[in-house]
Write a protein that binds this ligand. Structure first.
Ligand code: PMP
Length: 285
């Protein structure tokens, strides 16, 4: 199975050139994106992801030139024409193209929609029985973390440092109001569990409001797990009973931070409970 691309509303070959040199997304990272999972040929939480994509556009004054229905249609076509049953859907809006490039943008540009579908094999079962390792890494990103912008350099450097250290993710650490806090991961939200209480960073401009984060908070409510949406320190994460991270592609237990085991070093019961519910939710039962 092969991936398939979308550029300016047309289905295209993913591996052939399509992007305009003067597209502001290419020149400036002047754009936004969203991504969700396709499970058994169905779009998982597409409405929520498209709501966030619209909000990202609004916050940057990008005015989409397709309706919600048209965008749903493009994503349906990507699934149908690619034949991908399990995969990742990606859509991005850039502010449009103009030449010569200029920091000052023309208010009347027609934005450009592009995207792709990529097949992803269902995760191996041991992805959540053996757990994942993470490192801590300085959060060097801008202050637009609540907008899903194309400016991902801070995330990319963090994720690659993690991979070089044989880790799956990086817990991003920022100095904030005189203390050291964990914001989120390079492409995930993160949670710590201590004495049965689940902690995660509050919504605000220092984290992305994850769609999976919201789903997990909903499931935690159903399981009557107490949740505290407050910043905690990297030390708190290291001394937690359990930790995990979430994104639209996967939710994963963290069993090691900076080479030291978290809690017992095994996947914890809170994660297992939430994961069981989440897997069911994803498969529509
Ligand atoms: N934080 C960041 C920085 C991300 O890039 C992502 C992935 N898009 C997330 C959190 C998780 O968000 P979601 O659950 O909506 O995929």
């Amino acid at each position: 199975l092969k991936g398939l691309g979308l550029y300016d509303g047309k289905i295209v070959d993913l591996n052939k050139p399509a992007v305009l040199l003067e597209d502001r997304g290419y020149q400036f990272g002047d754009g936004v994106y969203d991504a969700w999972k396709v499970v058994d040929g169905k779009h998982f939480l597409r409405k929520e992801h498209l709501d966030r994509l619209e909000r990202s556009c609004r916050l940057l004054d990008i005015k989409p030139c397709y309706s919600r229905e048209e965008i749903e249609g493009f994503s349906d076509s990507l699934v149908e024409e690619s034949g991908v049953n399990d995969g990742a859907m990606y859509l991005q809006w850039t502010r449009g193209w103009e030449s010569p490039r200029s920091h000052v943008f023309n208010e009347n540009l027609r934005p450009l929609l592009s995207g792709s579908i990529i097949p992803i094999p269902p995760l191996p079962l041991d992805a959540w029985t053996t757990g994942n390792k993470v490192i801590t890494y300085p959060d060097q990103r801008h202050l637009f973390c609540h907008i899903k912008t194309l400016n991902l350099l801070g995330s990319i450097m963090a994720k690659n440092a993690a991979h070089r250290n044989d880790c799956e993710e990086a817990l991003l650490v920022r100095e904030h109001q005189g203390r050291s806090i964990v914001t989120e991961c390079s492409s995930s939200n993160c949670f710590a569990v201590k004495d049965g209480v689940m902690y995660t960073a509050p919504l605000g401009n220092l984290i992305l409001p994850g769609i999976t984060r919201a789903a997990i908070l909903g499931l935690a409510g159903q399981c009557e797990i107490n949740v505290v949406e407050e910043y905690v320190s990297p030390e708190f994460f290291k001394e937690a009973d359990e930790a995990f991270f979430t994104n639209a592609i996967a939710i994963r237990p963290i069993v090691m931070i900076d080479g030291r085991p978290v809690g017992s070093g095994n996947v914890g019961p809170v994660f297992q409970k939430l994961n069981a519910k989440y897997q069911k939710m994803m498969r529509g039962n």
